[in-house]
Ligand binder design. Structure first.
Ligand SMILES: [Zn+2]
Ligand SMILES: [Zn+2]
Length: 483
């Protein structure tokens, strides 16, 4: 009975007191009630949004002016298209708040003619919320120099939607709602062919830093100002906190001095290695120290072998290598495989762990004139580049290259030697099995096809034929249709 109830039951359960629906699991009952209501013409299912109106005007100078004109006779009229965009007046010095928009005090901007009657009129003094701009920047980026329109719909069709969006968690409740709204308006207007602007969202964690706080002085306190947990200056106990780095709190690491002392690569490695990218990370001196040590180890290894970095690397057959060489070769293949895989899943910390392991293997390797060692040195630079771009660019130039390290393709691995459970893939040509491949699980169709085409028997049966089509059942079967 209602008077005995303490709270609403919010889970799924079994329906009671519901006539013909009594006894149904509520998950199913909800559907049945909804469809019955629709049959009766009395209701049905709908999605309800908790969206509110979006007030876009701001009383600020910095922003896109609202392209509207106030005329006493004609009312509120839009600026004609051939006068767009309305640009901000330059040379404004006074931005102090006066209870109205700063542009209201710039007569040469405000005073204009009414585009309808030609009489004296006033521009709207407000500017737009910057969320208006950020709602469609992904579209302008693909056509930034277009003078005629915001973007060319053909280019949008080629590029949209954005495959991967990366941003803080706060994006999900603000920017992305606005951006989706604008995108859908443009879709309805026929300018876009995709209903959604972004396919995937990745929200990275925050950078936290531990600090000491005096609740009396209301400020961050340095370690040398503390004695036995007491703020020496005021005699009050201090509090240890772990919070997001922020300028207002003062628990930040100033970028300029840090980069000067440790280099930007150290900052990147510190952050990327601290933990999974979607989790908050704690910035610590130990983390910085570890990152620096790693980069220094790389530097020392390459300095030692600098004279070996230039020139062609001789071809070699992995099956004819010595034990030591083959071990390094396999370690390299596994590292390439895992760095590719981990990076594509945003697991930069584990990718870096693999790079550290390979560095150890390379540092211990004895036969340093072996082509396997030279290959490892070369590939390692490219593998490292996304994580430590400055160092790897420098090392890449040691190889005699004129171009950037980023003009390389990311190294490919030899799937015969990468870790993972093995599987057997039957390779068929026109439905008949012509080879069986022992490979590690999870390969993509193209990789399997490449391997299949190396098989003697497959080649023989494809001789003089064109591959029309391939059908791939992951980890099991590749059927090549040829004729
Ligand atoms: Zn008018
Ligand atoms: Zn204090």
């Amino acid at each position: 009975r209602p008077e005995e109830m303490e709270a609403a039951f919010e889970d799924y359960g079994v329906m009671i007191n519901s006539g013909e629906f009594t006894g149904l699991p509520s998950r199913e009952g909800i559907e049945r009630v909804a469809s019955r209501l629709r049959e009766m013409g009395k209701g049905g299912k709908t999605v309800s949004y908790r969206l509110k109106d979006w007030l876009i005007s701001r009383q600020r100078y910095w922003g896109a002016p609202i392209p509207m004109i106030h005329c006493e006779k004609c009312g509120y009229v839009p600026v004609p298209e051939d006068q767009l965009p309305v640009r901000l007046p330059e040379g404004i010095r006074d931005f102090r708040p006066k209870g109205r928009s700063p542009l209201a005090d710039v007569p040469e901007f405000i005073e204009t003619k009414c585009p309808v009657c030609g009489g004296p009129a006033r521009r709207d003094p407000d500017t737009m919320d910057t969320f208006v701009d950020s709602s469609w920047y992904h579209l302008r980026y693909i056509d930034p120099r277009n003078e005629e329109m915001p973007f060319d719909p053909e280019k949008a069709e080629a590029w949209m939607p954005v495959d991967q969006y990366i941003g803080g968690a706060e994006h999900a409740t603000k920017h992305l709602i606005y951006a989706r709204f604008i995108h859908k308006v443009l879709y309805d207007a026929g300018l876009l062919k995709t209903k959604e602007p972004y396919l995937h969202l990745f929200t990275q964690g925050l950078v936290l830093k531990r600090f000491f706080w005096c609740n009396h002085c209301l400020r961050v306190v340095e370690e040398n100002e503390i004695e036995k947990g007491i703020h020496k200056a005021c005699g009050n106990p201090i509090e240890e906190r772990l919070e997001m780095m922020s300028k207002s709190k003062g628990n930040i690491v100033p970028v300029g001095p840090f980069v000067e002392k440790h280099g930007a690569d150290t900052a990147r490695i510190t952050i990327l290695f601290a933990g999974p990218a979607e989790k908050d990370m704690e910035w610590t001196d130990a983390g910085v120290e570890g990152a620096r040590r790693f980069l220094n180890r790389i530097w020392r290894l390459y300095s030692k072998h600098r004279d070996k970095l230039r020139g062609e690397i001789p071809d070699f057959d992995p099956e004819k290598l010595s034990k030591e060489e083959k071990d390094l070769y396999i370690a390299l293949q596994k590292t390439i495989f895992e760095v590719r895989k981990d990076s594509s899943e945003f697991h930069f910390n584990t990718a870096l762990a693999r790079l550290m392991e390979l560095l150890t293997a390379m540092s211990r390797f004895k036969k340093t004139d072996s082509p396997v060692f030279l290959r490892s040195l070369r590939d390692y630079i490219v593998l490292l580049a996304p994580f430590a771009p400055h160092l790897s660019e420098e090392l890449w130039h040691w190889t005699g290259a004129e171009s950037s390290v980023f003009s390389n393709r990311f190294p490919e691995y030899d799937p015969r030697y990468t870790r993972g459970e093995l599987t057997e893939i039957a390779v068929q040509i026109n439905g008949k099995v012509r080879a069986r491949l022992q490979v590690q699980r999870g390969l993509e169709e193209k990789q399997v096809l490449d391997l299949a085409l190396k098989e003697e028997n497959v080649r023989r049966h494809l001789q003089g034929k064109n591959i029309r089509k391939t059908i791939y059942v992951k980890d099991k079967l590749l059927n090549i249709v040829a004729g």
